[in-house]
Design a protein around this ligand. Structure first.
Ligand code: NAD
Length: 249
């Protein structure tokens, strides 16, 4: 399938995990990729491979929680490619902590990156998506839909992303712009490898947040993102798709 021939796709969090898999999948389907991440070396590695495979990919190191850096990234993308058709917002961070032990700094950083960063991107790209009649796919999470222990800040940020995405979908539907979310769960990425449980965590509630079919790689999310962002998803907006192996089924 070449559903993204001549399409220009901006992906955040493209240096790792699901964002990287989305950049690879959409590039394989013909997209030009503008890859944004806070990790320059990971971006360089990604765009080198994509360009060697015959695509056109540009790396842009930026912190999505900084509006000045987001605006500069979007301006650079427009300068390089002249348009934006699809935006995939995957940059995100997670830390498990009991709410009583969660300090304000950690709360704020998680909200700043996951929720405010997604807002900054959406705000900056929407005029370009109106021009291209494009669409957004945001990273929510199963934690936006059901209680996940030790993840109060993260869950609040992802619930916010889901609600904001629905709001954008309704606000922009008549201008030809779609906005959807994926809600991954138990996807094997560096984020999950780095995760540690707080001391005293009650492991008997882990099954509540576990997939019924085992952990999967990030490509299973990338395939759903590709469907939502492509013309196959043209009648879908304001929707979320769980990719969680039945965790919440
Ligand atoms: P990951 O850690 O492998 O990748 C996240 C990427 O975001 C990294 O490359 C990181 O450098 C980048 N990033 C972090 N902070 C940034 C910032 N301030 N500015 C720009 N880039 C930044 O994680 P992942 O598992 O691939 O997660 C991707 C998205 O999917 C996240 O939003 C995450 O919350 C969401 N998600 C993942 C899972 C899962 O099971 N892995 C489940 C639900 C939701």
């Amino acid at each position: 399938m070449q559903r993204f021939d001549d399409k220009m796709v901006l992906v955040t969090g493209a240096g790792s995990g699901i964002g990287k898999a989305c950049a690879e999948r959409l590039a394989a389907e013909g997209a030009n990729i503008f890859a944004v991440d806070i990790n320059q070396s990971a971006l360089d590695a990604l765009v080198t491979v994509l360009n060697e495979q015959g695509g056109r990919a540009v790396a842009c190191c930026a912190d999505v929680s900084r509006q000045d850096q987001v605006n500069a990234a979007v301006a650079t993308c427009i300068e390089a490619f002249g348009r934006i058709d699809v935006v995939v917002n995957m940059a995100g961070i997670l830390k498990f902590e009991f709410i009583e032990q969660l300090d304000e700094q950690d709360w704020q950083r998680i909200i700043d990156v996951n929720l405010t960063g997604t807002f900054f991107l959406c705000k900056a790209v929407l005029p370009h998506l109106v021009a291209s009649r494009g669409n957004i796919v945001n990273a929510a999470s199963t934690s936006a839909l059901a209680g996940v222990p030790w993840a109060s800040a993260y869950s609040a940020s992802k619930g916010g992303v889901l609600s904001m995405t629905r709001s954008i979908a309704v606000e922009y539907a008549k201008r030809g712009v779609r906005a959807n979310c994926v809600c991954p769960g138990e996807i094997h990425t560096p984020m999950i490898d780095a995760l540690s449980f707080p001391d005293g965590a009650d492991f008997s509630i882990i099954p509540r947040i576990s997939s019924l079919t085992g952990m999967q790689g990030p490509e299973v999310v990338a395939g759903v993102v590709a469907m939502l962002a492509s013309d196959d998803g043209r009648h879908i907006t304001g929707e979320h798709v769980r990719v969680d192996g039945g965790t919440l089924s």
